[in-house]
Structure formats: C-alpha cells, structure tokens
Design a protein around this ligand. Sequence first.
Ligand SMILES: NC(=O)c1ccc[n+]([C@@H]2O[C@H](COP(=O)([O-])OP(=O)(O)OC[C@H]3O[C@@H](n4cnc5c(N)ncnc54)[C@H](O)[C@@H]3O)[C@@H](O)[C@H]2O)c1
Length: 249
Amino acid sequence: MPSLAGKTATVTGGASGIGLATARRLAADGANIAIWDINAAAAQTAADELTQAGHQAIASKVDVSSRADVDAAMAQLHDAFGPVSILVNNAGITLFRGFMDMDEDAWDQVMRINLKSMLVCTQAVIPDMLAAGWGRVINVSSSSAQTGSAGMAAYAASKGGVIGFTKAMAQEFADKGITVNNVPPGFVDTPMLRGSPIGSKVDAIAAASPMKRSGQPEDMAAAIAFLASEEAGYITGHTLSVNGGRYSN
Ligand SMILES: NC(=O)c1ccc[n+]([C@@H]2O[C@H](COP(=O)([O-])OP(=O)(O)OC[C@H]3O[C@@H](n4cnc5c(N)ncnc54)[C@H](O)[C@@H]3O)[C@@H](O)[C@H]2O)c1
C-alpha cells in the first residue's frame, strides 16, 4: 500500500516549481492532494493532471496570506476529502532589491506572503491534526536565510522567520503527534529562479557549484515526502537543507 494512503495533503503554491513537484510526489505516495495557489488556472491544470493520472486532487484559488481564502479552501477540502493531515507551506515570492531602495510596501508584501502565510495556513489545519493526534507540517524556507544574500534583506528575513517559526511550533506541538520541520532549498531550477535577476546565469552558476548542477524540484519533493512520512515521526524542529552541498549546516 502506498505510504500516505488515506492521508490528505495541502500544498500551497502547488501550481508551479517545488510545490507542483511536491504535489505530484505526495500523490504518488498515496495522499489526496489539495493545491492552494493564487494562480487559479495553473492550480486547476495541476489538479487535473493528478486526477487524470488516477490520483485524488482538488484545486483552490488561495492567497495564502488571506484568512478568508484559506477558510473557503478548507471548507472545500473538508467536503472533498475530510480532515487534512499534511500541510506543505511552500508558496512564496522573492524580491531582489538593494536595502536602501526597499520601501515599506515591498517589505510588507514579502512578509505577508512568505511569513504571515505560516500563521494563517497552519492555524487552519492544526485542529484536524490535533483531533487525529497525527500531523505533518513542512515549511519551505530558503538557503538565503542560512547564508545571507546581498540584495535580499526582506526575503532572507522572511525565510529566517520561517525557520524560527518551525522551531517554536515543533516544541509547542511535539507531544500532540504533530511534527513541524523546514526545508531550505538552495538554487532549485524553477520558474521563480529563471525569472529572477540571475535567471540568465542559472546554468553557469550551476556548473560552478559543488555538484555541478542546479537542484530540481523533485529533489525538494523527495525531502518533503520523507518529512511527511510515518518514518520521520521522531524528527521535529529540523532544518533539512537541500542544496547540493552549496551550504553545510
Ligand atoms: N527555487 C529556488 O531556488 C528557491 C530557493 C529558496 C527558496 N525557495 C522557495 O521555495 C518556494 C517555492 O518556490 P519555487 O521556486 O517553486 O517558485 P515558483 O514561483 O515556481 O512557485 C511558487 C508558487 O507559489 C504561488 N504563489 C505566489 N504567491 C502566492 C500567494 N500569495 N498565495 C498562494 N500562492 C502563491 C505561485 O503562483 C506559484 O505557483 C518559495 O517559498 C520560495 O521562496 C525557492
């Protein structure tokens, strides 16, 4: 039997890149999938792909920082699948901007989507996990919070917040059967990376990296699937770096 049979997983930002690979992987592992993404059309395409492959999947248009959107998506999820047992807090945006050019609106937007989303989405799923005495929350942070990165102060701060959030939540829910971990990607070849100011240099940077390649979304999905599994039940508060040796912690 697939390892996640009978479980339901929500993947935020599941319409693209790391989230899409994660949705595919968790579906292959047997979970029902709810894709929450602000890009409604891409989310539906992803859910249709999974359904046509024989999996159970639904899509909801969700801004992960909006409690109203998340509440509506939870109602849709409950109708389709019942309680949720796995949350992958993956949706995020990047911002490359020199610090002295940073305005408060841009700062707030990054914090809202990358960090406030942790509050809103995780609060929505915790009641189901408490009722079941079992849950997995996996937060996608960033290697930029581990290494620092010039021109990414807001982004690195938001992702550092995700790591701190993970550790605090892990301790708060450790005796409730709920694990909370984070996975910081490092240089993963996705539309976000290709659309960034270093997008045209991805292949050259990858060639100069320890493994001589960029990360693939499936590399991230494999780590997330492990943390979602039964076997990872004694791991919580952990930062599982997936970066091809670009940074060791
Ligand atoms: N690609 C990398 O190298 C890398 C490195 C470090 C961290 N990350 C993180 O990994 C995560 C996934 O990134 P990716 O590279 O797959 O990017 P991506 O742009 O390919 O996918 C991000 C998805 O999130 C969705 N999204 C954006 N804002 C949203 C919102 N407010 N509500 C709901 N959905 C929203 C987008 O529509 C998109 O489908 C992000 O949190 C990102 O910060 C990526």
